[in-house]
Design a protein. Structure first.
Length: 310
C-alpha cells in the first residue's frame, strides 16, 4: 500500500483533516489518525469504562474545560491526575487565572510575584486566595471526617465550590471519582501539611484502591486516555493489573523510551506486566498533549456525530 500525500483544502473540517492524515497513514499523521479512530470506538462502546490519566500542566495549559466537559457528558468514568492539576483547577475556582505574555526574565518575575510554567504564568495573590479558601474548606471537611481517603477528600472539596467550570465540582456533581495518588507533591499537598500543624487527620491512600478496584471490576472493558506519564499513568494502568490490563488505550507523551522510564514507555510494554491485555488496541502518539489531544478528540466527536465515516 502506498503512502498517499495529504490534500489540505480551504474550509476543511478537523475530521476531514484527520482523514487526510489517515490517507498518508505513517509517522505522526498516521498515529493521530489511528488514535482518533480508537478514541471514537472507546467512547462509542457502552460496555467500556474510560479512565483518564492527566500529568503535566494541562489545566494551566488551557485544557481545564476539555477535561471538565468529558466528566460532565459522561465520557470518562474516573480521572487520575496530579495534585498540581487539582491545585490549578482550584486556583481558578477561587477566582484566579492563568496568564501569558509576561516574558522569560525569571528573576524579575519572582520579584513581581509571578511564577512561570513554560510560557504560562501565575500570580502570587491568586495563590494567597487559594491558600485561604482551601484552609476553610479543610476545616469544614475534616471537622466532620478526620479519617478520609484521597478520593473522598477531593469529592468533598467539590461540594464546597460554586464554579461551574471546575473539574473538581463537576466530578462531585456527576459522581465521577478523581484519584490523585501523588497529592502531597503539590501546593494542595502543602496546604494539607499546613493544616496538620494544628489538627490531626488521617488521609488514607490505601482506601482509594478499594473503590478503584470496584470500578475496574464492575465494567466489561476498560479503556484509558493517558496524557503525559508519571504517577497518574502508572496508577491508571496498574489499577487494571488483577484483570489482566486495559483493553484499549491512547497515550500522548513527549517522553522517550530509551531510558526505560514509564513516562516514555510504549503502551505495548504494558502487556509484559499484564497492565494491557493481549490483543488490546493501543496507540501512542508522540507530542504535546495540549496540541494533539484537542485535535484527536474533536475528530472522534465529529465522527460520532456522523460528519465523517470509516
Amino acid at each position: 500500500m502506498n503512502v498517499n500525500h495529504m490534500n489540505i483544502t480551504q474550509g476543511m473540517g478537523v475530521a476531514e483533516l484527520i482523514e487526510e492524515m489517515g490517507r498518508s497513514g505513517v509517522l505522526g499523521a498516521g498515529r493521530v489518525h489511528r488514535a482518533t479512530k480508537l478514541l471514537r470506538g472507546m467512547i462509542d462502546d457502552p460496555e467500556m469504562a474510560i479512565f483518564m490519566s492527566v500529568a503535566g500542566p494541562l489545566v494551566p495549559g488551557g485544557m481545564r474545560r476539555i477535561i471538565r466537559d468529558l466528566i460532565d457528558d459522561g465520557t470518562i468514568s474516573a480521572l487520575i491526575t496530579s495534585g498540581a492539576n487539582l491545585t490549578h483547577d482550584l486556583l481558578e475556582a477561587f477566582g484566579g487565572a492563568h496568564y501569558r505574555d509576561y516574558g522569560f526574565d525569571d528573576e524579575k518575575l519572582h520579584q513581581e510575584g509571578i511564577g512561570r510554567i513554560g510560557d504560562v504564568y501565575t500570580r502570587s495573590e491568586d495563590f494567597e486566595v487559594f491558600e485561604s479558601e482551601i484552609q476553610e474548606i479543610f476545616s469544614c471537611i475534616f471537622s466532620a471526617k478526620p479519617h478520609i481517603s484521597i478520593q473522598e477528600l477531593i469529592h468533598e472539596i467539590g461540594g464546597h465550590l460554586d464554579d461551574d467550570m471546575s473539574i473538581i465540582r463537576t466530578a462531585h456533581l456527576r459522581g465521577v471519582p478523581i484519584y490523585a495518588p501523588g497529592i502531597i507533591d503539590s501546593m494542595l499537598g502543602l496546604q494539607l501539611w499546613m493544616y496538620t500543624q494544628d489538627n490531626r487527620i488521617c488521609l488514607d491512600a490505601v482506601k482509594d484502591m478499594h473503590s478503584l478496584s470496584d470500578l475496574v471490576f464492575s465494567h466489561e472493558r476498560i479503556g484509558a486516555i493517558i496524557l503525559g506519564g508519571g504517577l497518574p499513568k502508572h496508577y491508571t494502568l496498574a489499577s487494571t493489573l488483577l484483570r489482566g490490563g486495559v483493553d484499549a488505550a491512547v497515550q500522548i507523551t513527549m517522553d522517550r523510551s530509551e531510558t526505560g522510564s514509564l513516562s516514555g514507555a510504549p503502551l505495548e510494554e504494558a502487556k509484559s506486566w499484564a497492565k494491557a491485555q493481549a490483543g488490546s488496541n493501543l496507540v501512542t502518539v508522540v507530542g504535546d498533549a495540549t496540541a494533539l489531544f484537542p485535535v484527536i478528540l474533536a475528530g472522534a466527536l465529529s465522527e460520532l456525530q456522523g460528519e465523517v465515516g470509516d
